[in-house]
Design a protein around this ligand. Structure first.
Ligand SMILES: O=C([O-])CC(=O)C(=O)O
Length: 206
């Protein structure tokens, strides 16, 4: 399995447990659909307040499977993208967007089934006066993100794994799931009896 496949198979909660939660993106950045799941490499975009021109530049530079991580500085009045821009990204094999800002044309974007994690939606398009940078360090949801960092997102939120730590974090998260499964089996195997036995054990030892 590739590292992308291993990360895709992991819930963000297990990755958060493995990282200690230090690189969890602020919970205000949410998936626009509960079923959205992304795992892949970040390509960063930094936008001047209210602008969105550099998103097109990022789309043109992205590799298939990349996730655009867009620092729009929390602006909720101007969209970084609408359904047209999202169609371009989807058409070139970009996996999803994580946006510290908002998008528009939600209903059409939902029809495209393109995973977006954002602060929500707005009606207004972004300005196109230029400016903005692609592949520079950004801050999104309170977390520093560099191009090449790994991003995993699902219904619970978005986590960042700094480049170079992905193998270690995936291994720790996989181990956490095995541990959680064993705990669940122990506590829930025979209804009230096993629940009480489990609580007794835990409350005595903590
Ligand atoms: O042009 C824009 O700023 C975004 C937009 O409406 C689209 O992508 O459809």
């Amino acid at each position: 399995m590739s590292i992308e496949e291993r990360l895709f198979a992991l819930p963000t909660t297990a990755i958060s447990d493995a990282t200690g939660g230090h690189t969890n993106i602020n919970a205000r950045i949410k998936p626009l659909g509960d079923h959205y799941k992304i795992a892949g490499k970040a390509l960063t975009v930094r936008l001047p307040d209210g602008e969105n021109g550099a998103v097109l530049e990022a789309i043109s530079k992205a590799m298939k499977g990349d996730i655009l991580v867009i620092d729009a500085k929390g602006n909720t009045n101007r969209a970084v993208a609408g359904d047209f821009v999202v169609s371009l990204a989807k058409g070139l094999g970009i996996q999803g967007f994580v946006v510290d800002g908002v998008i528009r044309d939600l209903s059409a974007i939902k029809s495209l089934d393109f995973p977006i994690f954002s602060l929500g939606t707005t009606v207004a398009a972004g300005f196109k006066n230029g400016g903005g940078e692609v592949s520079v360090p950004v801050s999104v949801g309170g977390v520093a993100v560099h191009t090449g960092d790994y991003i995993v997102g699902d219904v619970d939120g978005v986590v960042v794994i700094p480049q170079g730590e992905e193998e270690t974090i995936a291994t720790l998260a996989e181990a956490k799931i095995v541990k959680d499964d064993a705990r669940e089996k122990e506590a829930l195997s025979s209804g009230e009896e096993s629940i009480r036995a489990y609580l007794k054990k835990v409350l005595r030892t903590t």
